[in-house]
Design a protein around this ligand. Structure first.
Ligand SMILES: Cc1cc2nc3c(=O)[nH]c(=O)nc-3n(C[C@H](O)[C@H](O)[C@H](O)COP(=O)(O)O)c2cc1C
Length: 366
C-alpha cells in the first residue's frame, strides 16, 4: 500500500490521503471578493483527488492584501462572495477545504505578478501605506512600512480572529495561518525585519510573541473541533536571519498550544536570500522539524513525481506533501500518482469513464 495514499488525521479531520493542495494566490478578486475565476479554479482542484484543498492567502484586512486583486475575508461582502464560490465547489466535491489567513505587512500594495509585481506607492491608484514590525522596507527604494503600535497589533490580531469566525460560518474545515514567505507574521519572527525594542522584538521569545498571539486568537475564534495550522518559512536563507532552529522553537511553542500541523516552506523575507532550488529543496527543513515535534509536518517545494512524493512520506521525512505549480500544471496529479503507485483515488461519477483500461481499480466513486 502506497504511504502517500494512507489516510491521516489532523486534529479531528481525517483526510483520504497525504496530498495537500497548497495555497495559491490568483490575483483575480474584486475588492477582496472572490469571482467566478475562483469557482473555476477551486472547482477544478476539488476534482483532483487530493486529500485537502487550501484556499489562497486570504487577507484579514484590506491593507493586508499583497495586491489590490487579492482575496479577502474581512466583511460581509467578502464572506458572501467566498460563500458563493464554496457552495458551487462543495456541490460537486466533498474534499475538505482549508483557508490560509494572511496579512502581507510590508510586502503589500503591489501590482499583479503578470503586471510586474512591483510595489505601488500609497499615493497611486491601487496603492496604500503598508505596515510591519519595524519601518524597514523589503527593497531599499520602496516606501517604508509604518511600524505597528500596540493598537495596530491588537487590530490585526482581532482581524485574524474575525476572519477565522467568518471561515467557520462558511463551513471551512481548517485554518492555516500564513507565517511564511516574508509576510507580516514572518516579519515579526525574523531578526532581519524585526528591529523592535519593545516586548515584540529582540529575543526569539519576543519575536514569536505576536505570531503566537495571532495563533491564540484564531484558535479561540475557530471551532475547537476543527484544526488550526501554521505555515512557516523554515529559513530565510540569509546569514543571521530566521533559521531551522528557530522554526523548531516556534513549532514547539505552537504544538504546546494545540496547533494541528506545521507546514514548512522557506524564504521570501529578504532579497539577499540564496535558495538552493531543486527537487525536494525544502524537505530537509521539514525533516528537522518533524524530528522535534509530534504534530504532522508538511513538506513542499518542487515535489513533482509520484515516486518522489511517496519516498518523502515512506522514509518519514514528512507526514504530508503539498503541491502548488505541480498541480496547476497537472490538475489530476493525484490520479496519476495513484495510478503510478497502485493506489485508489476518488473520482466524480461524471469522470469515471476516463479510467484507462490498464488501471482497472483506480477509481472510487466520489
Ligand atoms: C501561483 C502561485 C501562487 C501562490 N500563492 C501562495 C499563497 O497564497 N500562499 C502561500 O503561502 N504560498 C503561495 N505560493 C507558494 C506555494 O504555495 C508553494 O509553497 C510553492 O510554489 C512551492 O511549491 P511548488 O514547487 O509545488 O510550486 C504560491 C505559488 C504559486 C505558484
Amino acid at each position: 500500500m502506497a504511504k502517500l495514499f494512507e489516510p491521516i488525521t489532523i486534529g479531528n479531520l481525517t483526510l483520504d490521503n497525504r496530498i495537500v493542495i497548497a495555497p495559491m494566490c490568483q490575483y483575480s478578486a474584486e475588492n477582496g471578493r472572490m469571482t467566478d475565476w475562483h469557482t473555476i479554479h477551486l472547482g477544478n482542484l476539488a476534482q483532483s483527488g487530493a486529500g485537502i484543498l487550501t484556499i489562497e492567502a486570504s487577507a484579514v484586512s484590506p491593507e493586508g492584501r499583497i495586491s489590490y486583486a487579492d482575496v479577502g475575508l474581512w466583511d460581509e461582502a467578502t464572506e458572501q462572495a467566498m460563500g458563493q464560490v464554496l457552495e458551487s465547489v462543495r456541490r460537486w466535491s466533498d474534499m475538505p477545504v482549508a483557508i490560509q489567513l494572511a496579512h502581507a505587512g510590508r510586502k503589500a500594495s503591489t501590482a499583479k505578478p503578470w503586471d510586474g509585481g512591483a510595489q505601488i506607492a500609497p499615493d497611486h491608484e491601487n496603492g496604500w501605506q503598508t505596515v510591519s514590525a519595524s519601518n524597514l522596507p523589503f527593497l531599499p527604494d520602496e516606501n517604508p512600512p509604518e511600524a505597528l503600535d500596540r493598537e495596530g497589533l491588537a487590530r490585526i490580531r482581532d482581524a485574524f480572529a474575525d476572519a477565522a469566525r467568518r471561515a467557520a460560518r462558511l463551513g471551512i474545515d481548517a485554518v492555516q495561518i500564513h507565517g511564511a514567505h516574508g509576510y507580516l507574521l514572518h516579519q515579526f519572527l525574523s531578526p532581519l525585519s524585526n528591529k523592535r525594542e519593545d516586548e515584540y522584538g529582540g529575543s526569539l521569545e519576543n519575536r514569536m510573541r505576536f505570531p503566537l498571539e495571532v495563533y491564540d486568537a484564531v484558535r479561540a475564534a475557530f471551532p475547537a473541533d476543527k484544526p488550526v495550522t501554521m505555515r512557516v518559512s523554515g529559513t530565510d536563507w540569509v546569514e543571521g536571519g530566521w533559521d531551522v532552529e528557530q522554526s523548531i522553537a516556534f513549532a514547539k511553542a505552537l504544538e504546546a498550544r494545540g496547533c494541528a500541523a506545521y507546514h514548512v516552506s522557506s524564504g521570501g523575507l529578504d532579497a539577499a536570500q540564496t535558495i538552493p532550488v531543486g527537487p525536494n529543496y525544502q524537505v530537509p527543513l521539514a525533516r528537522k522539524v518533524k524530528d522535534a515535534v509530534s504534530m504532522p509536518v508538511i513538506a513542499v517545494g518542487l515535489i513533482t513525481e509520484p515516486e518522489q512524493a511517496e519516498a518523502i512520506i515512506a522514509t518519514g521525512e514528512a507526514d504530508m506533501i503539498a503541491l502548488a505549480r505541480t498541480v496547476l500544471y497537472d490538475p489530476r496529479w493525484p490520479w496519476h500518482a495513484a495510478a503510478a503507485l497502485g493506489a485508489k483515488v476518488k473520482a466524480a461519477p461524471q469522470f469515471l469513464r476516463s479510467q484507462p483500461r490498464a488501471y482497472k481499480d483506480l477509481f472510487v466513486q466520489a
